[in-house]
Design a protein. Structure first.
Length: 331
């Protein structure tokens, strides 16, 4: 999609903006399904207008379990264009939105067909850093060693580092280890995609992401970190026989360390995300009288341009409706 990347990248911002605008309406209302449904609906409606020939490789689940944006679903209006892989997470951090907590984003990745690893909902052990610490980390090395080399690469002391870790019982030992080294920890309830990306943007104050999270989220983070010149290493975690068999189907060696290139290949990578709730990476949606403001990031690998887009939406002129609304209008 090389020749068309420049044009369609802004379309992808529209896609995540729409999902965020819709999901944010449900902030703090305690209804996770409503958050997800609103975002999926909005994302789907907007994707219909983008001139791509896309196939969802990472989405909301299998066809029978997810009504929209399911794996294998065709998206976009450009049937004659070259095929592209699409990975989506309409709401990365559904619980965060439902509870009005920070760091929820809506995100999408596009790449040439066959370039995104179609991982199902496995768990993966992860370590992510920004460009300055790239080339120094090693997922197999002790935590202490990784902290030491990252601190050195950033010209800091270990006690100056901020490590993002998902707040989960499975991370008890990891957290103890990081604490014993003297580094600072930022525990997050959900949202390790935003956490991984934050490592590559110095103004976020985040230096490393460590711990076990979702594999689809690893692919999204890999695409973003590739555009930002960061590094991500992952490995399948806690895999039972069934998971290992599924891993084989996508040629994934359960014991090997995967890098960004294994998760998101090639140069045709476009990444877009919009903040739903406020976070280090992006501000959340703000509503005014008849308008809403969104904050997004959009990047592409080939040129490594990183754009932050602040958009003021006049809600009176919002024309994109969900399929459901369109169907109702046609009646
Ligand atoms: C993380 C986090 C996501 O899943 O990947 C996590 O970034 C991993 O799974 O926001 P568990 O919640 O089971 O630990 C999410 O929390 C939800 O997709």
């Amino acid at each position: 999609m090389e020749d068309r990347e420049r044009e369609i990248m802004l379309d992808f911002v529209r896609v995540t903006e729409t999902a965020a605008l819709r999901a944010a309406r449900f902030m703090g209302r305690g209804d996770r399904d409503a958050v997800d449904q609103a975002a999926v609906d909005g994302m789907r409606g907007m994707l219909d207008l983008v001139n791509i020939n896309g196939t969802v490789v990472i989405g909301e689940g299998e066809k029978d379990r997810a009504p929209m944006l399911y794996i294998g679903e065709q998206v976009g209006s450009g049937k004659d264009n070259d095929p592209v892989d699409i990975a989506v997470d309409p709401v990365e951090g559904t619980r965060l939105v439902a509870c009005g907590l920070p760091n929820a984003i809506s995100t999408i990745v596009a790449a040439d067909s066959g370039c995104l690893l179609p991982v199902p909902g496995f768990y993966m052990e992860k370590i992510a850093v920004g460009p300055q610490a790239r080339g120094y980390i090693d997922l197999e090395a002790p935590v202490r060693e990784n902290l030491r080399v990252v601190a050195a690469a950033l010209g800091k002391k270990v006690r100056d580092l901020t490590v993002v870790v998902l707040d989960r019982p499975r991370h008890k030992e990891l957290i103890e280890e990081i604490r014993s080294c003297g580094a600072r920890i930022k525990l997050i309830l959900d949202g390790d995609v935003a956490g991984a990306i934050a490592t590559a943007l110095p103004e976020t104050g985040v230096d490393i992401l460590m711990g076990i999270g979702g594999a689809p989220e690893a692919v999204l983070a890999a695409a973003a970190l590739k555009c930002l010149g960061g590094e991500l290493q992952v490995k399948l975690w806690g895999a039972d026989q069934e998971t290992k068999a599924k891993a084989k189907e996508i040629n994934l060696d359960p014991d090997s360390i995967l890098t960004i290139e294994d998760l998101a290949k090639g140069e045709s990578i476009i990444f877009a995300a919009t903040g739903i709730t406020d976070g280090e990476l992006l501000r959340g949606v703000r509503y005014g009288s008849g308008w809403a403001k969104t904050h997004s990031i959009v990047m592409r690998e080939r040129t490594k341009t990183v754009r932050f887009v602040e958009t003021i939406h006049n809600l009176k002129y919002k024309t994109v409706r969900s399929r459901k609304e369109m169907a109702e209008l046609e009646v």
